[in-house]
Design a binder for this molecule. Structure first.
Ligand code: NAD
Ligand code: MG
Length: 392
């Protein structure tokens, strides 16, 4: 067997980060934890450092980094603590790491994820926001850096598995007519429309099938998540948006499908457990145990499908529009969504105000073609400023 992979986990304290460590723990002969990281919750990262003893830990927040450094020192642990965005970029580009799990939530993941792409890593991409914001620059960083980009998002991982052997992300797959992106429809798929105004954060994060971080759980309820995933699919698989179809499939058994020109449709099925796509990408093209429950199709019994209702899911409609317009519009969409979702989770705005804030930001947004990553960041910052202004 070849030398174990040296793994960097960006966002190791999150839902995807924890699931990644769970898969790593099952295969100590294959994977070594090289570096771990978080935003500000350093206490969780301290526990992970005690267990995994990585070479580096990176913390975005400088004060939290200092606390972690002091605690590690008191424990007599040799893990070196880096801080800020530059610290995250450093562990992502570290020559001692060959595999990077990009699992920071939101736009904060962009710079370190691009750093991993430029340094030619095997890049396991969960942070869809970085592709939504900067698809063109991101995909050229992958190309120029010689990175191996593998999707972690369950839908995109499913599509990747259904594409022909030897397929590489970024290429337009031959003979594919459409990508069928499945969505559970979230907790409010059949709730009365007039009840949605009163939805609380706790109701919105209670997903019927998946356990996830809070931001993506709200995105799943509004179906903004599926909109972001359409844009993600376009970049990953070199497809125009009109060849990516969203299909509601409440059971979350089929994780997405590929329709070929001859009419064949290939699907990937599995338990709704992110350790399946994580294990798939970490060992690709080999297969390893993930710890996920065996899929019981007799219990699942019925697999249903329906078209999404865009009146119920205005966020999906806004995302489809933004995907069609391209350029700076998806950047503004993503930024406005992050601000609106955070405000909703803090109890500052109601659930149905999320699409209203995003729509207002997009109405005032002037289309532009981002010229660089710096330009993307400036568009993102401006859209955030406008969104915050709308919140008062
Ligand atoms: P989470 O909220 O559980 O974890 C987020 C991680 O990012 C944490 O480790 C946190 O410390 C870190 N972080 C937050 N802000 C940061 C900052 N400013 N700088 C550095 N690190 C920061 O989120 P999650 O559910 O694990 O999702 C992570 C990413 O994976 C998201 O982009 C999400 O869309 C994507 N994703 C998640 C799932 C899932 O099942 N959870 C599925 C598909 C895709
Ligand atoms: Mg997904």
């Amino acid at each position: 067997m070849s030398a174990p992979r040296q793994v960097c986990i960006l966002g190791s304290t999150g839902s995807i980060g924890e699931s990644t460590l769970d898969v790593v723990a099952r295969h100590p002969e294959r994977f070594v934890v090289r570096s771990l990281s978080c935003g500000s919750r350093w206490e969780n990262l301290l526990q992970q450092c005690r267990r995994w003893q990585p070479r580096y830990a990176a913390v975005a927040d400088a004060a939290a980094a200092r606390s972690l450094r002091a605690a590690l020192h008191a424990d007599g642990l040799a893990t070196e603590v880096l801080e800020g965005e530059s610290g995250l970029e450093e562990i992502a580009a570290d020559p001692g790491a060959d595999t990077v799990m990009a699992a920071i939530v939101g736009a904060a993941g962009l710079a370190p994820t691009v750093a991993a792409a430029r340094s030619g890593k095997r890049l396991l991409l969960a942070n869809k926001e970085s592709l939504v914001m900067a698809g063109r620059f991101f995909m050229s960083a992958v190309q120029e850096g010689g990175a191996e980009l593998l999707p972690i998002d369950s839908e995109h991982n499913a599509i990747f598995q259904c594409l022909p052997g030897g397929y590489r992300t970024g290429d337009t797959p031959a003979s594919v007519r459409r990508l069928l992106l499945t969505a559970s429809g979230g907790p409010f798929r059949s709730a009365p429309l007039e009840s949605l105004d009163a939805v609380t954060p706790e109701q919105a994060v209670a997903h019927p099938n998946w356990v996830m971080g809070r931001k993506i759980s709200v995105d799943s309820a509004t179906m903004m998540n599926k909109g972001l995933e359409m844009i993600e699919a376009c970049w990953l698989f070199g497809m125009p948006v009109d060849r990516v179809e969203v299909l509601i499939h409440p059971q979350s058994v089929i994780h997405s499908m590929v329709e070929y020109v001859d009419g064949s449709v290939l699907a990937q099925l599995g338990s709704p457990d992110m350790r399946v796509p994580i294990a798939c990408a970490m060992a690709w093209p080999e297969r390893i145990a993930s710890g996920a429950a065996v899929l019981d199709l007799v219990t699942a019994a019925n697999l249903a499908f329906e078209a999404p209702d865009l009146r119920r899911f205005p966020c999906l409609r806004l995302a489809i529009q933004a995907a069609g317009e391209g350029g700076s519009v998806p950047v503004a969409l993503n930024a406005a969504n992050e601000i609106a979702v955070a405000a909703f989770l803090e109890g500052r705005i109601g659930y149905m105000a999320i699409p209203r804030v995003i729509a207002s930001v997009l109405e005032g947004h002037l289309f532009g073609e981002p010229e660089s990553l710096e330009h993307v960041k400036a568009i993102d910052a401006e859209a955030r400023r406008v969104a915050r202004g709308l919140l008062g």
